[in-house]
Design a protein around this ligand. Structure first.
Ligand code: GLV
Ligand code: MN
Ligand code: MN
Ligand code: MN
Length: 395
């Protein structure tokens, strides 16, 4: 099988134009936005040109199907509110190129997928979570984004054609950028993923008393932002005996009400997310979070409430698929590859409920992702494509 690096790079740059945040920068292509839907339209066209049959499921997951049984490959083409050009897009376009090249060479049947809302406008990897049976559609439909729009409302723009039965697929391989600093610092080109971390994510709300910022003495305030700040400060201390250097936690979204300079905020809603490779540890962290938030609220005479907790368990990659990637990496990038865990979440986690899965990483320059500056050397992008093609041919 002969992959065409020029065709692959041209398609990757074409996809970058949808929701482009400026020349040579990242993209703004959140799930179900105009830019996302236009990109999916174009992708569907490219899939048809590659001889694949297009299906869009009710969530908006876009499939380019080869004759069954086939190997499924891909990732996602939605982005973070400020996203890089490769996060997800790389895995979709690499899959498209391998499917095309395999078909041209009379090789194995490869289907391609771009999952919807991997970046969690509504939850955590929502599109593949629904397709993988981790999340029921009617439950998912009630999830809200930060502006109060429900997933059920947002997905009304999906040109759904029908459900896609997973039994036709023999396995799933997802190529992705590393999104961290490991390979950039070692000069390696290929990461074969061993496992993907688990995640927990929920909204927490502190409610106090909205009041005048000039007349309310500091000691008498029930300031919701101060509660968030105290909580955040104390959290690291409470976690100290529980976490490892690989554990991470993030408050990435805070909304203050009413969010005005001269008003003591009466209400703060914030996202609390934590990740680790050990499900027990995630559970212990949850207890600490709940206890601490309650303590902070009690100390200030305020109320705290917890939203629905979303989560995914840590998963290991399938050994047979993983070995095929390792063997191919040895040929394409001798001494420049490694086995590594993934600290980012991926659609592969959800798909692993349905079939064997494996993942392949290429480096991220300066370890930056979920930012407009995200980038990867062209030589590494092409090396990843070749490893993928080699593994598929061997399988
Ligand atoms: C998904 O992009 C994640 O947050 O890991
Ligand atoms: Mn991604
Ligand atoms: Mn991402
Ligand atoms: Mn992601």
């Amino acid at each position: 099988m002969q992959v065409d690096a020029g065709r692959f790079l041209a398609d990757l740059h074409k996809l970058r134009e949808f929701g482009a945040a400026g020349v040579g920068r990242g993209v703004v292509r959140p799930a179900y936005s105009e830019a996302d839907m236009a990109a999916r339209d174009w992708l569907a066209q490219r899939m048809r040109e590659a001889g694949l049959r297009v299906e869009v499921d009710p969530m908006g997951n876009l499939f380019g199907l080869a004759d069954a049984p086939s190997l499924l490959m891909g990732s996602h083409s939605d982005s973070q509110p400020e996203g890089g050009w490769l996060d997800g897009a790389l895995g979709v376009i690499a899959a498209l190129e391998v499917a095309r090249a395999s078909r041209e060479a009379g090789g194995p049947a490869i289907s391609v997928v771009s999952f919807q809302d991997e970046e969690g406008r509504f939850g955590v990897t929502t599109g593949s979570a629904v397709w993988g049976g981790h999340l029921a559609q009617d439950v998912a439909d009630l999830l809200c984004d930060h502006n109060g729009v429900t997933l059920g409302e947002a997905r009304s723009v999906v040109p759904a054609t029908g459900d896609v039965d997973p039994v036709q697929f023999t396995g799933f391989i997802e190529m992705h950028i590393e999104q961290g600093p490991v390979m950039d610092s070692t000069g390696e080109q290929i990461g074969v993923v061993s496992d993907i971390v688990g995640i927990r994510d929920m909204k927490i709300t502190f409610e106090g008393q909205q009041n005048h910022a000039g007349t309310t003495p500091m000691a008498l305030r029930q300031d919701a932002f101060q509660a968030v700040s105290t909580f955040n400060q104390a959290l690291a201390e409470r976690f100290a005996n529980v976490v490892t250097p690989a554990t991470v936690w993030t408050i990435g979204h805070v909304s203050l009400h009413p969010n005005a300079s001269s008003i003591v905020p009466g209400k703060a809603v914030f996202s609390m997310q934590w990740r680790d490779g050990d499900a027990d540890r995630l559970g212990r962290m949850e207890q600490i979070i709940r206890d601490l938030a309650q303590e902070v609220a009690d100390a200030r005479g305020m109320r705290v409430s917890f939203g629905k907790m979303l989560g995914l368990e840590p998963v290991a990659m399938d050994m047979r698929l993983r070995k095929a990637l390792e063997t191919s990496a040895k040929t394409v990038a001798p001494n420049k590859w490694r086995v590594m865990p993934s600290g980012a979440l991926h659609d592969a986690t959800n798909v692993s409920r349905l079939m064997p899965v494996a993942m392949l990483f290429v480096p991220s320059i300066n370890g930056i992702s979920h930012a407009f500056e995200e980038d990867t050397d062209e030589a590494d992008l092409v090396a990843g494509l070749k490893v993928l093609a080699g593994a598929v041919a061997a399988l």
